[in-house]
Design a protein around this ligand. Structure first.
Ligand code: HEM
Ligand code: HEM
Length: 131
């Protein structure tokens, strides 16, 4: 049951981050891009955090070993990168004198987060025998 919530939350997280990054890449000329970018990426981090908690509870319920294997390892790393990207995303507007450096950092961490989440998703499907 808990693992079902894990899977559902990760589907939502993956779709949100693809949409959130997509707005920055493809809809930059639209007025609303930053609002959509913030909303979708913040939602992605919330879904991702809740999904990781569900996975830990599910493994704990089955007395399994935590973080055993590539899927959980990639998943936890993806969450770490996504949280840092989110924080730097907000912080870049405050960092007046080094704003460009934080923008560049945010772009790269954001791109890495997206790749890691997609990798964790594919490995999750493999782990569950779907792929
Ligand atoms: C963004 C995508 C995902 C992330 C970040 C993620 C993250 C994690 C983490 C951190 C764990 C380990 C919990 C622990 O060891 O205590 C885990 C376990 C698990 N995940 Fe995911 N996951 C993702 C997507 C998926 C998907 C799409 C599926 C399957 C359709 C899936 C199936 C599973 C299963 C079955 C486990 C339990 C592993 C076990 O019993 O050892 N995950 N996931
Ligand atoms: C998990 C959260 C986030 C991820 C993964 C993410 C990812 C990205 C990526 C990949 C880009 C570069 C797009 C490109 O290649 O052109 C970008 C740009 C940008 N993001 Fe985010 N973002 C996140 C959260 C946020 C938040 C919360 C804010 C603002 C409060 C924000 C503000 C921006 C801005 C202003 C840019 C443009 C930077 C520039 O002009 O170089 N992001 N983001």
């Amino acid at each position: 049951m808990l693992i079902l919530f894990h899977k559902l939350l990760m589907v939502l997280a993956t779709l949100s981050i693809i949409t959130g990054v997509g707005t920055a890449v493809f809809f930059r000329q639209r007025r609303y891009w930053l609002k959509a970018h913030k909303a979708f990426n913040s939602s992605a981090v919330i879904f991702l955090s809740a999904g990781v908690v569900m996975a830990f509870l599910a493994v704990w319920q089955q007395d399994g070993e935590h973080l055993a294997g590539l899927h959980p390892f990639t998943g936890v790393t993806a969450l770490g990168f996504a949280i840092v990207s989110l924080l730097i995303g907000f912080y870049q507007f405050q960092a007046k004198n080094r704003m460009q450096a934080f923008k560049t950092l945010h772009r790269w961490l954001g791109r890495i987060s997206l790749i890691l989440i997609i990798a964790a998703f594919v490995l999750g499907l493999k782990h569950a025998g779907i792929f």
